[in-house]
Write a protein that binds this ligand. Structure first.
Ligand SMILES: *[C@@H]1O[C@H](CO)[C@@H](O)[C@H](O)[C@H]1NC(C)=O
Ligand SMILES: *[C@@H]1O[C@H](CO)[C@@H](O)[C@H](O)[C@H]1NC(C)=O
Ligand SMILES: *[C@@H]1O[C@H](CO)[C@@H](O)[C@H](O)[C@H]1NC(C)=O
Length: 276
């Protein structure tokens, strides 16, 4: 422990030697911007290689009233592994780098960042003397909307008729606000449908549904985004198929006519031969 006062602490990003530590409030030491849904590493580490495996460090996020518990490590124990008290917002999403601890690296990773993760984080070594060591990081999580410069309203859904299955398929190609996707008939009645895909990827929702068309009609795939009162649809019409019975009857009549004509021609030729 006599070593500790000699240690020079710093952010790995800034790499400033002899940096003095910020008070618990004040301007951040590092600013990080990340796109919503991406992972982010919040850096916090000693410049010199010091083993922190048996130490304690605590990551907190500044809240409006109280601080939120992000991650706590204490001599080999941490949240979800012997320690309790982590804020719901961060449950199952925060991890440390256990192999890096012996190098003095207390950085954490937050998986799948959300907009509400934006804010000020502190990484504190509460037991270090003579003073508590505090690293401060400002995290900005940018909405996909802004990053990709897209509007929140869903584009027109993409509709197809799957010929071999007699099914209507509707695909929403990436919507920012969660869409409700339905097939409606011409009376605006919802058809039963099955969901083939309903996933959020890189901050956008992708949905594919299929319905069976009960009768020839024009159907609309309707995408509704309740968050922004937005509705958009694409229409596709299923035409009456020629009935298989009529085709069979038609072919039968055709064959019959051919046979009759054939017989007549044959008779005529026979007759002519007889006359000659
Ligand atoms: C600490 O560990 C993380 C994760 O492996 C790494 O990204 C970061 O660069 C490390 N920091 C330093 C100062 O080595
Ligand atoms: C850390 O835990 C080990 C046992 O896993 C114990 O022997 C040691 O005394 C602990 N160190 C501190 C600083 O609490
Ligand atoms: C179905 O809804 C559309 C608007 O979404 C409306 O224009 C149309 O009249 C409705 N049709 C029926 C049969 O209610």
């Amino acid at each position: 422990m006599e070593l500790l006062p000699l240690l020079i602490l710093s952010f790995c990003f800034l790499n400033l030697s002899g940096m003095t530590f910020a008070a618990e409030s004040g301007p951040p030491d590092t600013n990080i911007t990340v796109q919503e849904d991406d992972d982010v590493i919040l850096p916090c580490s000693f410049v010199s290689s010091v083993n922190i495996e048996s130490m304690k460090f605590d990551w907190k996020k500044k809240g409006t009233l109280l601080q939120k518990e992000v991650f706590l490590y204490d001599n080999g124990s941490y949240y979800n592994n012997g320690l309790h008290g982590q804020d719901e917002q961060f449950k199952g999403r925060v991890s440390h780098f256990s192999k890096e601890l012996k190098n003095g690296n207390a950085s954490i990773r937050i998986n799948k960042t959300r907009l509400e993760d934006s804010g000020q984080y502190t990484c504190i070594f509460p037991d270090l003397q003579p003073e508590r060591k505090i690293f401060r990081i400002e995290l900005v999580v940018e909405p996909v909307l802004k990053v990709r410069n897209v509007t929140g309203a869903s584009p027109k859904p993409y509709v197809t008729i799957l010929k071999n299955k007699g099914q209507l398929q509707c695909e929403v190609p990436g919507a920012y606000f969660k869409p409700k996707v339905e097939w409606w008939d011409s009376d605006n009645k919802t058809l039963p449908s099955k969901t083939l895909k309903d996933r959020k990827e890189n901050g956008l929702f992708y949905v594919i549904i299929q319905s069976t068309s009960p009768k020839p009609d024009c159907y609309r795939c309707v995408t509704t985004q309740m968050d922004i009162w937005h509705r958009i649809s694409s229409e596709i019409c299923v035409h009456e198929e020629p009935k298989i019975g009529w085709i069979v009857a038609g072919v039968a009549v055709g064959v019959l006519v051919l046979v009759v004509v054939g017989i007549l021609v044959w008779c005529l030729i026979k007759k002519k031969k007889g006359v000659l």
